[in-house]
Unconditional design. Structure first.
Length: 249
């Protein structure tokens, strides 16, 4: 990450890194995501506040347990370099998931902060979205409010924890159009969302959320099977050893 890129991220709360992986790598990972979707059958992760629009959002959590390609991707040296540049030498997995917005009816994401889903005491929680095919605005690309991470945690509305749509309308957010292979990183306090996919092609992405292991959660929610895996460095906290089958106290 260059000094200019880091300065842009610090000011705006997000950064698009073009050509993070090669187009052929993105195409191979896209095929993996669509194969997972075909094996698991229909899913719909459409948020409750827009569930009456007849749209669909296919997804799967813990993708590394479904394809070894994503196990390798979790510790991709270039990805780790980005995370350590942003949050320090110790990088811990929180969760990862894949998304497919189907053509013509791919669900939007209302504007929100990720904080509402998994609040932590600090601000290290960082997301990265790897685009596995092109994401123009017509496909419902990510939209952001630059600098909104400086506002701190905002009041969340409804079961899906979206922010006030009058204060943060989707239409006024900045579209972050991307090409296959581009990586978008943003802080979990950055207000973001995405529009409806009205194109004739799906939009395919892989999302990973990471944190500094010393940045402790305020509440234990949004758990995942791989949560706690160290992707870089160490977990410097001390704790007694327990077998996986032993209940925690």
């Amino acid at each position: 990450m260059t000094p200019d890129q880091r300065a842009f991220y610090d000011e705006n709360g997000y950064l698009l890194i073009p050509s993070f992986i090669a187009p052929d790598e993105a195409a191979a990972l896209r095929a993996e995501v669509h194969a997972i979707a075909a094996r698991q059958g229909p899913t719909n992760a459409t948020w409750s506040s827009v569930a009456d629009q007849g749209t669909v959002l296919e997804h799967s959590h813990d993708v590394q347990f479904r394809s070894a390609a994503f196990t390798r991707l979790l510790v991709h040296p270039r990805l780790i370099d980005v995370f350590t540049a942003l949050i320090g030498p110790n990088v811990q997995l929180h969760h990862n998931k894949m998304f497919i917005k189907p053509p013509e009816r791919g669900s939007p994401f209302p504007m929100h902060q990720d904080y509402g889903y998994f609040p932590h005491r600090g601000r290290s929680m960082t997301a990265a979205i790897l685009h596995l095919d092109d994401a123009p605005d017509a496909k419902g690309c990510v939209r952001v409010y630059p600098g909104s991470h400086k506002l701190g945690p905002l009041d969340a509305i409804g079961q899906d924890h979206h922010v006030d749509p009058d204060r943060f309308p989707l239409s006024a957010a900045v579209p972050v159009e991307a090409k296959a292979g581009d990586l978008l990183v943003f802080n979990y306090l950055t207000v973001h969302g995405s529009g409806l996919n009205v194109s004739d092609e799906p939009r395919t992405t892989w999302l990973i959320q990471v944190r500094d292991p010393e940045d402790e959660p305020i509440s234990e929610q949004h758990q995942s099977r791989g949560q706690g895996m160290m992707l870089a460095g160490i977990d410097p906290r001390t704790s007694a050893f327990r077998f996986a089958w032993q209940a925690t106290q």
